[in-house]
Design a protein around this ligand. Sequence first.
Ligand code: HEC
Length: 185
Amino acid sequence: MLKRVFAALSLITFTCGVAAADDIALAHRRDNAEADAVEIISMRSALAKEFIKPGAEVNEETFKKVCGEVGKKVKEISEREGVVIRHSAVKSRNPKNSATPEEAVLMERFEKEKKLKGIDEEAFFDGKKYFRVTRPIYVEKACLACHGDKDSRPLFIKEKYPEDRAYGFKTGDLRGLISILIPLD
Ligand code: HEC
């Protein structure tokens, strides 16, 4: 009898131990994801400031040096960390980044709660369960060359993105979101 009690107790301790280890592992991955999101946002901002200079022509080459480099970084982090990284926006440029109804709700929350730094929660995406780490992306002066006035968008954008809605922004506007999805299944 006593043996059985001990067996049951050690099973409980073992199970709780595993659960605690899982929690620690997830907390660690969440911290990494937050750092990666911040790195991606800062990288785009720094590159835009570096390559968008007053009077300089903004063309597809400029884009490759700014958002193109960000795209490479996103791919590198996704592969290294085994995560899915999504950029999403209600007013998107690339249709693949169009906010899902759920992402649109997240954007609304960031619009309303100006002090909100991020939203971290469990979420389903494409039928799979993830822990999703979401951070807002705001418009800065250097972004306006490509996301400002509709008519002054560089030609390559007008030609390549017929469904473009990512213009008409002002400095400080919420441009979109970055979400890092950590698989839970
Ligand atoms: C040289 C032009 C250019 C500049 C400068 C630029 N962007 Fe973009 N941006 C683009 C293009 C083109 C895309 C579409 C990329 C694609 O096809 O995935 C894009 C896409 C995005 C997206 C993904 C969502 C969507 O609408 O498809 C975000 C977010 C974004 N830009 C934010 C910014 C921010 C913030 C800045 C300033 C720090 C900035 N961009 C500066 C051209 C630019």
